[in-house]
Ligand binder design. Sequence first.
Ligand SMILES: Cc1ncc(COP(=O)(O)O)c(C=O)c1O
Length: 433
Amino acid sequence: MIWYPFTLQYEPEIPLKIVRAEKEFLYDEAGNSYVDAVSSWWVSIHGHNHPKIIQAMKDQLDRLDHVLLAGFTHDPAENLASELLKITEGLFHKVLYSDNGSTAVEIMIKLAYQYFQNQGESERNIFLKWNVSYHGDTIGTMSVGGDSVFNRVFAGLFFPTQEFTSPNCSFCPVGKKPDSCKTECADAIETFFKKNPKRVAGIVIEPLILGSGGMIFYKEEVLQRLERISKEYGALLLVDEVFTGFGRTGFFFAYQRAKIKPDLIATAKGLSGGAAPIAATLVSKKIHSIFVIPEPEKAFYHGHTMTGNPIACAAALASTKLMYEENRLDQVALLEVKLKKGLETVRKEFADLIRDVRVLGAVGVLELEVGEQSGYTYPGNKVLKKKFLEKGVVLRPLGNVVYIAPPYGISDDSLEKIFRVIRETLAEIYSGK
Ligand SMILES: Cc1ncc(COP(=O)(O)O)c(C=O)c1O
């Protein structure tokens, strides 16, 4: 009946029916509970069904379900935009709504492209990207994603991009150590700019964490250097905060942690805390000003039917307020310490099996040493997932990369359960215990 996403059709996994959720727990039909250690694809940052978000949505439903956002407006959309501009400390000037991360990134790409087209710089049509990166599943976002099993078959449809080896501070592609490196991983990008000073429209990046590509971390200085290069050559910096936004790295947005000033950012996932599909693209004044021009053919014609849906905006507004009311950033700082401690214990017990342990904010990673089988299609992935679930924890490793990205306020008991289940599962699968 349903074609489930990212699901092999020749041997589809049988989906678990979930009937309710609360805090970090999902409950199935039989009443079994599961700790959602991945915040349901990284969205439920406040835990599931947070009463304040649910109440905000109910209140909004009693007033206004939907109205088109062209020629009309409403309080939730206006208030949310004003909050987002406040959080980003005046760096951005306008908010463009959409309803998922891919569309928010797609809007960044289209704006960046048209920004140069409107100014007659039609040769600026190349986007730079990293070979390990994921920005969504639309044709545009796949174009700026690194080559992978997700997008390879569509390569013939992509627009011009230039791919570079992505940074990786655990396994540096140019053999440096994070403490002494001078961001040599970005040298090739600078060289490209030198040779093609007027060809690049923008650099599209996931800041600090390459999420779907395997939860790979890299240091802030790389972003700072890309900011410098892009400014020097007049290209735009497009920062995809779909995963990292709303506190995941310990700052409201990862670009704030890196102390850079992007031209555009895309946010989704944590924006509504998972209660409603909504995304936002934040646009700097520099970009917006190019569209303030009395020439209709130079307008930005982009919108989705559900753009700025009032219920989704109300959810997002409540989610935004919760970041302060419930001290989410402090929770992330505390969680970072706990994740480090818990994962180091696992490393000690399974030293030969663990290739790397890394933690950044509310993301903890355990990369398994599986030799040549490593990568997204790691065959042991299915068994790992199944065992974790049977033991009451939702963990969905990316290939051989087991990661924890829970709601920020997850209880100590649930965290302990996650670590215990990981240890038990590794022992059963790899030590034959
Ligand atoms: C960094 C990043 N960008 C974009 C997307 C796409 O978001 P969505 O699945 O909401 O379209 C994702 C999804 O995981 C993501 O991690």
